[in-house]
Ligand binder design. Structure first.
Ligand code: 1HE
Length: 270
């Protein structure tokens, strides 16, 4: 897919609800519609596709954050009223295609979660690879209360993180998990103080950007698929992926660096 580059920006033209900036080899994309709590309308979701499908050369990881007091209030509910049955199916399939592009894209993504991470906002967060939550974050699936259902891949991705049983409870009872609970059940990987999420996410993104590209590819594309495969198919796919990664010149160089004492050792977490 090609897109027009915005003037004075390495990024393609995006809707006003998205804002992108470059910081070395990472990019920061912000949901920038705080007046509507970063509700995800069609231009925003399509803009995510434009952004992730047209990353500038040299971008190796992305941070996804939200402006204002909330990460995202989910689907823009004002768009739902006019949609018929066929339109509803197509709309959900559009989200699937775009979130799939995010999850199985070219670079790993760290999301910064604060305030409401609800409905489609939680579905979007679950399509990213590493989630950093601030203390203000809370998670809900209000679809149950709105008389609708998840449509952005939530029924596939959320149970992988917290189990189908917890997701059913969230949707049936309207249960909301706070940031500490979300961390305990696996919705977030890191929990930090309010205001510290972006710096933490940038640090993690820079680390990921420093990995060999083939390793990042293998982690993003092979692990989710192997985890859904039978053991026998998983072992076989793993062996192929391991051989592909090891065969990269960069892998050979990194191994030499370690053996010749030029590479850092694994250290205990501080
Ligand atoms: C919205 C939306 C939205 C806010 N669509 N406009 N998601 C939900 O059911 C969550 C709905 N939102 C809320 O519960 C609250 O807005 C929040 C807890 C997120 C934030 O509360 P607050 O008090 O900070 O803001 P607010 O006053 O409720 O909202 C500010 C404005 O944003 C207001 O518009 P205004 O024109 O009156 O100023 C709200 O109408 C608007 N707004 N959230 C549209 N979601 C692919 S399927 C996925 C299915 C789902 O995601 S369903 C879950 C939808």
């Amino acid at each position: 897919m090609s897109a027009t580059e915005a003037p004075n920006s390495p990024f393609p033209e995006l809707p006003s609800s998205l804002a992108a900036e470059r910081d070395g080899d990472i990019a920061i994309l912000r949901l920038a519609r705080p007046e509507k709590r970063n509700a995800l309308n069609d231009p925003t979701v399509k803009g995510l596709e434009t952004f992730f499908g047209n990353l500038p050369e040299g971008i190796k990881a992305v941070v996804l954050a939200g402006d204002g007091d909330h990460f995202s209030a989910g689907l823009d509910l004002s768009e739902l009223q006019e949609r018929d049955l066929a339109g509803g199916i197509q709309h959900s399939r559009m989200w699937h295609a775009i979130f799939e592009r995010i999850e199985f894209g070219t670079v790993p993504i760290v999301s910064v979660l604060h305030g409401a991470v609800v409905g489609g906002g939680l579905e979007l967060a679950c399509a990213t690879h590493v989630r950093v939550a601030e203390q203000s974050a809370y998670y809900g699936l209000p679809e149950g209360q709105r008389g609708i259902f998840v449509g952005g891949g939530g029924s596939v991705r959320v149970p992988k993180l917290i189990g189908a049983s917890r997701m059913m409870d969230m949707m049936l009872t309207g249960r909301v998990y706070d940031a500490a609970e979300g961390q305990a059940i696996g919705l977030s990987h890191y929990l930090v103080d309010d205001g510290a999420g972006l710096a933490k996410a940038k640090d993690l993104a820079r680390r990921m950007a420093g990995n060999a590209p083939m390793t990042n590819f293998a982690v993003m594309h092979a692990i989710p698929r192997i985890s859904e495969a039978s053991g026998s198919n998983g072992y076989f796919t793993e062996a192929l992926m391991a051989a592909v990664a090891q065969n990269e010149p960069e892998a050979k160089q990194r191994l030499r660096d370690f053996l010749e004492k030029r590479a850092p050792k694994v250290e205990k977490a501080k």
